[in-house]
Design a binder for this molecule. Structure first.
Ligand code: ADP
Length: 496
């Protein structure tokens, strides 16, 4: 890593700096060592000063850069050699061996000390990088024993909880910041630690003193046992930004789904008008018949009563249709309920049947699944079915009317219930199939290309699956499957 970048990282994340008191101590020790070298020497070459050289070199290893340490070593060797040579003049030959021994001792000590320095520098550099990575990824470390009596965390974890890094964390401090609605979640995590479960995962919110809410995800694993005391090591991630982005995305998706729903309602306008017109026409003719019965010389009240009942039935039907259209056009949040799959399909078919007829198509409908409970948002599911049927009708626009066939059939197995829409339209080329459900993919002149993409996100959010198959030139089949509610889930859903 270039030096400048390293410096920047050190500045940004705070390199290890000596405290003023440490500086003073080291200065004092340096003074003592210097006095030892100078004062410890007698008239002749004296090896009693060697430990002072060693001490000085070891201190320099920690205080100055490598080149400075090597220079200090060379200087020490030079001074040692000078003393020896000056004493050698007085004929003390017996000192030659100890001199060489101390000489090589100094060199060896410096080599080892420099190696140690390199290792500790590497460690420090890694620590700086790790704390930088923790800050950038909004992830902190934490460790705790199973009883939670001892908890430790990194500076980043302290920052996430917004406690001073110097304050040792406690379980009470964690609970104090936990959102009141998520306290049980955290306590359950504590219980897991007490039971010594291998992995603990907790997702919860923090409520800061100023009212801000943070979303956290914590995962810890049982690492090792020391003296039969299990310890956990884990990571703590601030996922607030991710949660906010997810919320914004799902809001945008809901808005888009609403827009396309209204667009397809526009396409169904003629069909809906026809659906409402039918009961209105029935009301008018029933009213006229009623007037006729009343204008008889002896009005037949029984017939009038029947006519009024027919009027009420027809107006209820018209009201039902407008209610369905209104719920489709209304912008509401997704609402999952315990629903009957069959009922949703039947209601939707009523809305599209005129549109299908308008394309010159007489659909074959095989609804063989009756009591299939599912957990679904009715309006969203209707949107999927309408989209698949309108697409099928449009795909057959270029096909002879006599060859247009639309089959709508439901199916079920032990776990799922599904709907298949088969058409005899132009089909889909093999290379197009993988792109069908991508946003904005369209082959239509006035297409938006969002219909199938929204269908997929709706079905995905229902934990279902949607797929298409086709033989080019012969037609296509679009299917989706949703998980069936188990009797237990069904009971639970209806109880809440
Ligand atoms: P749009 O209808 O606005 O084009 P969709 O997402 O509903 O958007 O459809 C995307 C594309 O998928 C269509 O443009 C068409 O090419 C293809 N497609 C969808 N349904 C069928 C079908 N039943 N037969 C052939 N192609 C189809």
């Amino acid at each position: 890593m270039p030096n400048n970048s390293m410096k920047r990282i050190r500045n940004a994340f705070g390199a290890v700096r000596l405290q003023p008191l440490e500086n003073l101590l080291i200065g004092l020790m340096g003074l003592i060592v210097a006095c030892g070298i100078y004062g410890g020497r007698d008239t002749y070459f004296d090896f009693a000063t060697t430990p002072f050289y060693i001490a000085m070199l070891l201190m320099s290893v920690n205080l100055i850069p490598v080149n400075g340490v090597i220079a200090t070593l060379l200087l020490s060797m030079l001074v040692l050699a000078a003393f020896f040579l000056s004493d050698y003049g007085s004929g003390r030959w017996e000192l030659a061996m100890p001199f060489l021994r101390d000489f090589s001792l100094l060199a060896a000590i410096v080599v080892f000390a420099l190696r140690g320095k390199r290792i500790s520098d590497n460690l420090r550099q890694k620590e700086v990088c790790m704390s930088g990575a923790q800050r950038l990824s909004q992830t902190g470390c934490l460790g705790f024993c199973a009883t939670l009596e001892k908890i430790g965390w990194s500076e980043q974890s302290a920052q996430i909880f917004e406690y001073p890094p110097s304050t040792p964390p406690t379980a009470a401090m964690i609970l104090a910041r936990t959102h009141p609605e998520d306290v049980q979640e955290v306590l359950a995590g504590f219980e897991k630690a007490k039971r010594r479960e291998a992995i603990i995962e907790v997702s919860h919110r923090l409520l800061m003193p100023d009212g801000r809410v943070k979303h956290l995800r914590m995962a810890a694993t049982l690492l090792f046992k020391r003296g039969n005391r299990p310890e956990y090591l884990g990571a703590l991630m601030d996922v607030t930004a991710i949660k906010q982005a997810e919320a914004a995305l799902s809001q945008a998706r809901a808005q888009l789904a609403h827009v396309t729903r209204v667009t397809s309602l526009g396409e169904l306008a003629a069909s809906i008008a026809h659906e409402v017109n039918q009961p209105l026409a029935a009301i008018t003719s029933s009213g006229e018949a009623g007037l006729n019965w009343l204008s008889q010389p002896t009005p037949d009240l029984l017939e009038v009563r029947k006519v009024i009942e027919r009027i009420i039935t027809s107006s209820n039907r018209a009201a039902e249709i407008t209610l369905r259209v209104r719920s489709l056009s209304r912008k509401t949040d997704p609402l999952r309920r315990n629903e009957s799959f069959n009922r949703i399909i039947n209601e939707t078919l009523l809305l599209v049947r005129h549109e299908v007829a308008h394309h010159g198509i007489r659909p074959e409908i095989e609804l063989t699944v009756f009591d299939a409970p599912i957990s679904a948002d009715r309006v969203q599911l209707q949107q999927v079915i309408i989209n698949l049927i309108i697409n099928a009708c449009q795909a057959m626009d270029d096909v002879n009317v006599s060859e247009r066939k639309l089959l709508i059939r439901s199916w079920t197995n032990d776990e799922e219930v599904g709907l298949e829409v088969i058409d005899t339209g132009m089909g889909i080329p093999a290379h197009v199939l993988p792109k069908l459900f991508s946003p904005f993919f369209t082959t239509k002149e006035k297409g938006l290309g969002m219909g199938l993409s929204i269908c997929r996100s709706i079905i995905d959010s229902h934990q279902g699956r949607i797929w298409a198959s086709s033989i080019e030139g012969q037609g296509s089949s679009f299917q989706f499957a949703l998980p069936l509610l188990t009797p237990v889930e069904e009971g639970y859903a209806s109880a809440i």
